[in-house]
Design a binder for this molecule. Sequence first.
Ligand code: GLA
Ligand code: GLA
Length: 670
Amino acid sequence: MGLTRVPGLLFGGDYNPEQWPEEVWQEDVRLMAEAGVTMVTVAVFSWSRLEPAPGVYDFGWLDRVLDMLHAHGVAADLATATATPPPWLVRRHPEIRPVDAAGTRLEFGSRQGYCPSSPVFRAATVRLARALAERYRDHPALALWHVGNEYADHTAECFCEESARDFRRWLQERHRTLDGLNSAWGTSCWGQHYTDWTQVEPPRKAPGPVNPTQLLDWRRFSSDALLACFEAEREVLKEVTPDVPVTTNFMSVLRDLDYWKWAAAEDLVSDDAYPDPADPRAHVRAALSYDLMRSLKRQPWLLLESAPSAVSWRAVNVPKDPGVMRLHSLQALAHGSDGVMFFQWRQARYGPEKFHSAMLPHGGTRTRQWRETVTLGADVRRLAEVAGTTTEADVALLLDWDSWWGLEAPESMPSDRLRLHELLLGWYAPLHARGIAVDLAPPDRDLSSYRLVIAPNLYLCTPGQAANLAAFPGRLLVGPFSGVVDAADHVHDGGAPGPLRDLLGVRVEECRPIPDGGTQEVVTVDGTRLLARTWSEWLTAEDAEVLARYRGGPLDGRPAVTRRGAATYLSFLPEDPAPLLDEALAAAGITGVTGAGLPEGVEACRRGPYLFLLNHGTEPAVVPLPARTEPVTALPTAPPTALLTDLLTGRPLPVGPVTVAPRDAVVLKP
Ligand code: GLA
Ligand code: GLA
């Protein structure tokens, strides 16, 4: 049994039958069967159709849709339909429309136009969720609850009066007293001392840079406010249908929401992923977000939406080349998804997404797109046994939302070139190229299952997090500008690396951002030349060995990389982290899943006993597989000389290196 009540891997997409006459529905289910669809997401934006007037429900059409789906063996990921409040609710309560930072109240006519803190909106969503749950609690098609849609899409924050009141309540809980708030926000700076709670407002557009702690608290609050919307609905669903799993679709590596907190409130993690076909490195970015999804609950997750080909919301919407939809889908499975789902089933004829690709395009079944949809459905069926299997990673990259929010405060940092997503990718990409499984982890989780932990940046670091890192027995690599501030964004006593000082044995005297395009040379003790870009530091090694020093300029001869015990500190951003990474990997005894290097563009992932080899390139790739002749940990259940079978073709592979065709994949089973 997989994540839902549906066995095997899920296959399907968003299905919007309310946009089509009922005659078309019969064709839909017939073609769903042809493609091997097992689950569809329904009613995501259907509130105005399901509740056309306050408390007046029209479930008839949805009854027919769910009955029809069930009769054809298709399960439903049933949305609570609360992603767009209906016009009657918005006109009755215009105050539920969100307000932007400049004070403009946004009009109806798009989607997700609600203030997350609005009690009227929340109460209305809970009523609808209850009505749906009570109506469909025993419906055999119901496999999964889909709450809201892409929280923080379009509306990540609202600056209205209601939000201001909610923010004040949140602040009172966090800081208790006005003195607590004044001290945390450092209001002695720039004359912001508050004498009454009513003076405290959201960080609306102001004449100059806004108080960074106010902004940090605002980001925490905004994530929590949306989470409260999700939780209010979840509570009702759990009360009425305790056995039906609940999810909401995440948006990959997203700064707005603290997904560690969110994932804890879900039964299963699901993600919407839209790698840009125009970006040749898109699969690396996708891999990082998939590994985040897998790490959030350390269990299989679900790719709930992806594009069969082009999207419609970029400036230029490049379609996927033949084979790429299949390859990207297999990639999600390789990284732990228990299914492949799309936006959407049938391409729309109207609305803002009429040019967004779909499993079944405008041109119908006599199209390349449809043929590829059917082929992929068959592949997903062949891989059914992969469902539920997990990945063990030796390496963790640390990710903390508080720190991310602090680091990216506008207009007040030494450099605004430090962007956390890019810093993560800087380490992730070379690990990925080496076929090394990577988890993401929060800095306060038990890290003892890893052998190497990398903190690309931990700008905000609390004493508790530092103690957790100090207790970690493996190799630790800490990137620059870490341990700078505490939870209130106040610089630690004595400066960076603050609570990490004892662990790392260094003191950062000065940050020295490097101008765009500039470089600073660094040389390791064994003579390897490295190049710093973007960032360097005036570092003092107090109780640490110096592994590399700056060469030239005002930093000439000063420490650049240090080590104390198993903890390495890197005071700059390396243009190419490979030498440092390889040293850390060797010291930790970590090799890639194939036990050898990988050709350019090839991705190798292990999931349970299965080994996925994906060739993202446009030339055939020959992948050496020493795992088949030497007993390496990669395939522990395989006797050294055993033949491997490709699950996608059912064929045993001859002994020796495996050739993977361009934009193709093999899934090896011992
Ligand atoms: C001006 C302002 C100061 C301070 C500095 C920073 O001089 O008057 O308050 O903000 O800029 O450069
Ligand atoms: C997200 C949304 C969908 C749709 C797609 C288009 O996944 O959840 O409703 O808008 O984007 O790419």
